[in-house]
Design a protein around this ligand. Structure first.
Ligand code: AMP
Ligand code: ZN
Length: 114
């Protein structure tokens, strides 16, 4: 998976602004933030989309959710609020095909979903 940019970030081959890391998950600031807080949370193993999360990989998704709570606290938005988004495939707006969760906050977010 050397051609996958998020695998390369997870391997330390491409730099990122790391927010949180544990054995299975890495979280880093989005390079083109859409809100004052915009963090991407990824599994270190390659999973292409949320549709590829089978029973064996459900632990990765659980770890991403745990990491999201920690990132929210680290970024100081655990009380003010934030949004978690996973884009899937073309119409969902997925551009990078390595599973990732967006954590957005630090301002009042609008209800628009597009
Ligand atoms: P998505 O549209 O859900 O696939 O989101 C991909 C996200 O990855 C976008 O918000 C990009 O700004 C972000 N992104 C792309 N390359 C990098 C990078 N090298 N470091 C951090 N974020 C990135
Ligand atoms: Zn990957």
């Amino acid at each position: 998976m050397e051609e996958c940019i998020f695998c390369r970030i997870a391997a330390g081959e491409i730099p990122c602004r790391k927010v949180y890391e544990d054995d299975s998950v890495l979280a880093f600031d989005d390079i083109q933030p859409m809100a004052p807080v915009h963090v991407l949370i990824i599994p270190k193993v390659h999973v292409a989309t949320v549709m590829d999360v089978d029973a064996a990989r459900m632990a990765n998704l659980a770890a991403m959710m745990e990491a999201a709570q920690k990132v929210a606290i680290l970024k100081g938005v655990e009380q003010s609020g934030f949004r978690l988004v996973i884009n899937c495939h073309r119409e969902g707006g997925q551009v990078i095909f390595h599973l990732h969760m967006h954590l957005l906050g630090g301002q009042q977010l609008r209800n628009a979903l597009n």
